[in-house]
Write a protein of this length. Structure first.
Length: 365
């Protein structure tokens, strides 16, 4: 049985795909250091994270977006993962970015199923000033068309400021995944109640100015594996690392989603077109425009949420790698000027050229 389990539960939008892809590339070498990062569960296909396998254990009740047919299909993968962890004689790492959304009963079920007495929870966390624009961006990638202001209002409707009442609401409603994951102080408390107050570590995500390897360095420290993992992470290509979209690109996709909404198109065809635009026309361009940012008129509200989360985190006594101040929105990282019409024009033109069959190389656009 594993002597120690390092369970990385996300959160999403905190560099998790990059970290998991790096661990995947190191998996074979890590075995020689008595560290297991499972990359093959069922069949010959290699995987880079264990979130899908956890669907097989926790099901739709904790992952409301996952259909039952997927839950059933993933049950064998979870069983194999448990078997590998239980049979490994050293340290095992399990990582799933959406595990952070599960309710307390799901956390208990997951820890009990893996059944490693020394289970350490690792949480990578980003400030709400960056999380909310990134989450809205994902909302649009998934086919929605709402404006960011409307998206933030939806979040506000489920967070009234009384933390005890809010936590009770988030715990009772399976669909309130955003606040279960991103109210970091509450997330820490939930997992501390399962594994113990001294077994939860929060790794804060540094700003862009910190350099590309800063998050990896902190993650290694959070795992307490700095002497085992390399100081310089393996190269992870941009397509597998979930490249974010710029403001112009998100607005273009939102307009596309609105245009096809309710028109009777096959959802699979619509998604295929949307993914072609993202992967072949938009993210491959050299000059993509400015990133998505929080609206200035929402900064005060979002900052009040973040301050409450930091206060709760600090009082929890959880170990923090990084600076809790990094969990507060940066006043300068807001949108004040509105969308750049030239950026929007270039993005739209490239997407139209691709879909009309005229564009084959978008890198210089």
């Amino acid at each position: 049985m594993a002597t120690r389990l390092l369970l990385h539960i996300g959160t999403q939008k905190s560099g998790t795909t990059y970290l998991q892809r790096a661990l995947e590339r190191l998996a074979i070498k890590l075995r020689d250091q008595d560290v297991l990062y499972p990359i093959r569960l069922v069949g010959k296909k290699e995987i880079y994270n264990h979130e899908p396998a956890s669907y097989g254990l926790l099901g739709c009740d904790h992952y409301p977006w996952v259909p039952q047919v997927r839950v059933d299909a993933e049950r064998p993968a979870w069983d194999v993962l448990v078997k590998k962890v239980r049979e490994w004689p050293g340290t095992a790492i399990v990582s799933g970015e959406a595990i952070s959304v599960v309710r307390r009963t799901g956390a208990e079920q997951l820890v009990s199923s893996l059944n490693v007495s020394d289970t350490q929870i690792i949480i990578t966390a980003r400030d709400l000033g960056r999380v909310i624009p990134s989450s809205w961006q994902q909302h649009i990638r998934n086919g929605r068309s709402s404006k960011m202001s409307a998206y933030i209002q939806t979040l506000a409707n489920k967070r009234q400021g009384d933390l005890d009442a809010d936590e009770a609401l988030w715990e009772s409603d399976p669909d309130l995944t955003f606040w279960r994951a991103y109210a970091i102080g509450s997330l820490v408390k939930r997992w501390q109640s399962v594994v113990g107050s001294d077994r939860v570590t929060v790794v804060t995500v540094p700003g862009r100015e910190a350099g590309p390897d800063a998050l990896w360095s902190r993650f290694c420290e959070g795992l307490r594996l700095s002497e085992v993992l390399p100081a310089n992470p393996p190269k992870v290509d941009t397509l597998t690392a979930n490249v974010g979209l710029t403001e112009a690109e998100v607005l273009l996709l939102a307009a596309f989603n609105k245009a096809v909404e309710g028109r009777g198109y096959d959802p699979k065809d619509v998604r295929a077109v949307r993914m072609r635009m993202i992967n072949e026309a938009l993210t491959t361009r050299a000059h993509r425009g400015k990133p998505v940012a929080l609206p200035l008129d929402r900064l005060e509200l979002v900052s009040s949420w973040a301050q409450q989360d930091v206060t709760t985190l600090t009082s929890s006594g959880a170990r923090v790698v990084g600076d809790v101040a990094e969990l507060l929105p940066a006043p300068g990282a807001v949108e004040t000027a509105g969308p750049d019409l030239d950026d929007l024009e270039r993005a739209a033109g490239q997407a139209l050229a691709l879909l009309s069959g005229l564009a084959s190389d978008t890198k210089n656009s």
